[in-house]
Write a protein that binds this ligand. Structure first.
Ligand SMILES: *[C@@H]1O[C@H](CO)[C@@H](O)[C@H](O)[C@H]1NC(C)=O
Ligand SMILES: *[C@@H]1O[C@H](CO)[C@@H](O)[C@H](O)[C@H]1NC(C)=O
Ligand SMILES: *[C@@H]1O[C@H](CO)[C@@H](O)[C@H](O)[C@H]1NC(C)=O
Ligand SMILES: *[C@@H]1O[C@H](CO)[C@@H](O)[C@H](O)[C@H]1NC(C)=O
Length: 348
């Protein structure tokens, strides 16, 4: 992360000595846990950082370290939790394929829309918007998934930097016009490698066909809103292509080697930064342990017949995929409690 901070430092400060002014529009959850340290480091180095967050959130709160501006939102924490629980529940219903995928898709749209509604609340908040307009920021740092930061950056015509681990539909490659040949670059969740058989390539092509439709559906509400505020027809790619830099928290345990564009910079693995020792530990597979402090982990534990050790991540069947997503998601969400190196044992 020191390297990452150094990168941002360099990016924001070409030849200046008195610090830049950065607006941060973060995404809640694990996304913020990883970004927070960058924000703190930038503040430490004398940059003026303003973080804009909704009043209701899981992980994001007030701090002494940098300026935080909050805005009231139209949902409660219970509603946010409720949408998330529904999302978790949809993984565990045990529906057959393709109903499981549909339910999953459905609930992820629902949880995203609750998340995204805070963006509408931000734009509704005239006082804060006026403050942002008058603050004369040099750049904006955001997570692409929520799209809100990208909309704000486009709205105020600010150069912006994405900081991310993953993005659905390979949009980070499409938006940057990265070479992405279907014959060699496996699409997400196909679990293929860069050496595909003919039929795997066909599968890869079919998944790639689904991708844009999937993301257009997923982001439909957000696109409608951004067209309203930007007062033009905005496509998903329009919003994303104007990003100046993509800082990628990629780890090659999960990614294949592939070409990237010069504005895509690898800043080191997945990382939610704080590593705390596990307090209560349950063995989930011979190689891996989870904390069982939180209800979700116990759900995962009930599924312990699911053997992560033999059903390895890459060739697990589709019917078991949603459980794996859940476990993986939970892992990412709470991995600030676990040493990241365990992932090496887990995913092969
Ligand atoms: C998706 O959600 C809508 C309501 O938001 C519901 O009517 C529909 O039945 C759901 N479909 C599936 C497959 O769960
Ligand atoms: C920002 O404020 C200026 C005037 O100070 C105004 O002309 C401009 O339209 C505002 N920009 C936005 C995006 O609201
Ligand atoms: C995974 O795939 C490899 C080879 O493709 C196969 O040998 C192995 O049995 C598979 N594992 C499972 C759990 O299906
Ligand atoms: C999928 O899960 C079921 C039980 O939920 C298990 O019996 C089966 O072996 C799993 N299949 C794979 C490929 O992991």
């Amino acid at each position: 992360c020191v390297r990452l901070a150094a990168w941002i430092f360099l990016l924001l400060l070409p030849g200046l000595s008195d610090g830049g002014k950065l607006l941060v529009v973060p995404m809640d959850g694990s996304h913020w846990l990883s970004m927070r340290q960058v924000v703190e480091k930038l503040t430490e180095r004398g940059h003026e950082v303003v973080v804009v967050i909704p009043e209701v959130s899981w992980q994001m709160g007030m701090t002494q370290a940098y300026t935080v501006k909050t805005y009231p939102v139209s949902f409660t924490l219970e509603e946010l939790d409720g949408a998330f629980h529904e999302y978790v529940h949809s993984h565990l219903k045990g529906l057959p394929f393709p109903q499981n995928a549909l339910a999953l898709y459905n609930s992820s749209i629902a949880v995203f829309n609750v998340f995204f509604s805070h963006c509408k609340d931000l734009f509704r908040n005239r006082e804060l918007m006026q403050y942002l307009n008058q603050s004369d920021f040099d750049a904006l740092l955001t997570d692409p998934i929520s799209l809100c930061g990208a909309i704000v950056a486009n709205y105020f015509s600010l150069p912006f930097i994405f900081f991310m681990r993953g993005f659905p539909c390979g949009l980070h490659y499409t938006a940057t016009q990265c070479p992405n040949p279907l014959s060699y670059v496996p699409r997400l969740f196909t679990f293929n490698s860069d050496r595909m058989t003919f039929f795997q390539r066909v599968e890869n092509a079919l998944v790639a066909l689904l991708e844009l439709g999937y993301c257009n559906g997923f982001y439909a509400e957000a696109m409608k809103f951004s067209s309203e505020v930007l007062q033009r027809d905005v496509s998903l790619l329009d919003l994303l292509t104007s990003a100046s830099i993509w800082l990628l928290r990629f780890d090659y345990v999960l990614e294949y080697v592939r070409p990237v564009m010069p504005n895509m910079i690898f800043v080191g693995g997945i990382n939610c930064v704080q590593k705390k020792p596990l307090s209560k530990v349950r063995s989930f597979s011979p190689d891996y342990t989870f904390s069982n402090e939180i209800g979700f982990f116990q759900i995962a534990h009930k599924e312990s017949s699911y053997d992560l050790n033999t059903a390895k991540f890459r060739n697990v069947s589709y019917s078991n995929l949603s459980k794996l997503f859940l476990i993986f998601w939970v892992f990412l969400f709470f991995n600030h409690k676990t040493p990241i190196t365990h992932l090496n044992n887990w995913v092969t």
